[in-house]
Ligand binder design. Sequence first.
Ligand SMILES: [Zn+2]
Length: 77
Amino acid sequence: MLKCRQIAEQASQYIDGELSLWGRMQYRTHLMMCHHCRLFVHNFKAGIAMLDRLHREKTPQDKVERICGHVRSIPKD
Ligand SMILES: [Zn+2]
């Protein structure tokens, strides 16, 4: 069985779906039995969603395109 420390270490891989089938099964089994880790993963997901939203709000599309255009206009030698 996974340890709580491993749950914390693998949280981003779990959320991104990068764990193997077996890894995911072990991960879920731990979450079913461990309230602390369930809470941890829940908060971890909420944190990612918040960062994602902030990032999108603070970077309007026209600004992104201006930056991309600027990068493209840099001459390559
Ligand atoms: Zn745990």
